[in-house]
Design a protein around this ligand. Structure first.
Ligand SMILES: [Zn+2]
Length: 104
């Protein structure tokens, strides 16, 4: 949801550039749309209705463009996001910088 009830809204050219219908993102408008959740990073994507490229999937689930690129790399090793969070928490408790984490 993009709420412009208390904002001037998006200028028409910005709304069009971002793939929104300017009538739905102007001053006082509330824009709601079903989003796509990426299976890999759990990010949410607002689908662009003008997109003509195929959307990616992994094991039958939607994958965002960034993750699709990562998954296509020959040295990619999939690690569930929950496992990465657990590793980050463990490293933080041990006082290690998150920047020292690796994907393995
Ligand atoms: Zn993703």
């Amino acid at each position: 949801m993009v709420d412009h009830r208390a904002s001037p809204g998006l200028p028409e050219h910005i709304a069009r550039w971002a793939g929104y219908d300017p009538k739905q993102t102007g001053e006082g408008k509330v824009f709601e749309v079903d989003t796509l959740k990426c299976f890999n990073c759990h990010g949410h994507v607002v689908p662009n209705p003008q997109r003509t490229r195929e959307r990616h999937s992994y094991k039958g689930n939607y994958v965002c463009d960034n993750c699709a690129y990562l998954l296509s790399q020959p040295d990619y090793v999939h690690t569930p996001l929950a496992k990465l969070y657990d590793k980050l928490k463990t490293q933080a408790m041990l006082g290690s910088s998150p920047g020292l984490l690796t994907s393995q």
